[in-house]
Design a protein. Structure first.
Length: 217
């Protein structure tokens, strides 16, 4: 298959498997989504969803969160890992949203990326899932699958994001990045597949014998 043919097959198969793409992180608005995505760095969505109810019961908006002591936030989010850093970022970005944005999460990628603890991937998720703006958030999992499927040779997530955006229609990006995540969890995990085992990998590369070496993200 040519790369475009592989991309077309991937898109069709993921749509068949996952016609609905519920957002994995529990939230009620753009702010709670932003905090949940920030907490999900190096942490599973499942664990984040167990922690955020207690955090949002304490404060679920920038005005209230800015008043919560950092050590109290840290104690709640500790199971997520990187708690000191994440707690400081949550309080500080809440102060910035309160003081500079009237308590609203801006629907602006560049502004989001300037907030403490918010990188490009987090900002992309918020733009896509909270505001419906086309974005293609690429994490290490999507980076891995895209290489196994021959959609990119990117050496990092930024290059992979550029390649995927060129391959797939813009209107598909927001849904497709979730579909890839869902597929990876179910069929093509880091340890469950090496590029030679799951249905997608074996269909795209039926003659592949050796594991795929992934360029580091």
């Amino acid at each position: 298959m040519l790369k475009k043919e592989r991309a077309s097959y991937v898109m069709e198969e993921l749509e068949r498997l996952y016609p609905e793409t519920p957002i994995p992180l529990d939230h009620t608005d753009a702010y709670t989504l932003l905090i949940a995505v920030l907490l999900s760095a190096q942490c599973t969505d499942e664990r984040v969803n167990k922690i955020t109810p207690a955090l949002f019961a304490r404060a679920n908006n920038p005005f209230d969160m800015a008043q919560v002591p950092v050590d109290e936030i840290e104690a709640i989010v500790k199971p997520c890992g990187l708690a000191p850093r994440k707690a400081k970022a949550i309080q500080r970005l809440s102060e910035i949203l309160r003081d500079d944005h009237a308590g609203e999460v801006p629907a602006d990628m560049a502004i989001l990326e300037t907030l403490p603890g918010v990188g490009h991937k987090t900002a992309s998720v918020v733009m896509a899932q909270a505001f419906g703006v086309p974005a293609f958030p690429v994490d290490t999992h999507i980076h891995r699958l895209a290489q196994r499927w021959g959609l990119t040779k990117g050496k990092n997530v930024s290059q992979t994001e550029e390649d995927l955006k060129k391959l797939f229609p813009k209107e598909s990006w927001n849904k497709l990045h979730l579909q890839i995540i869902f597929y990876g969890r179910e069929y093509c995990s880091a340890r469950g597949c090496d590029g030679t085992k799951c249905p997608m990998c074996t269909t795209l590369y039926p003659n592949r014998k050796n594991p795929v070496k992934i360029n580091k993200a």
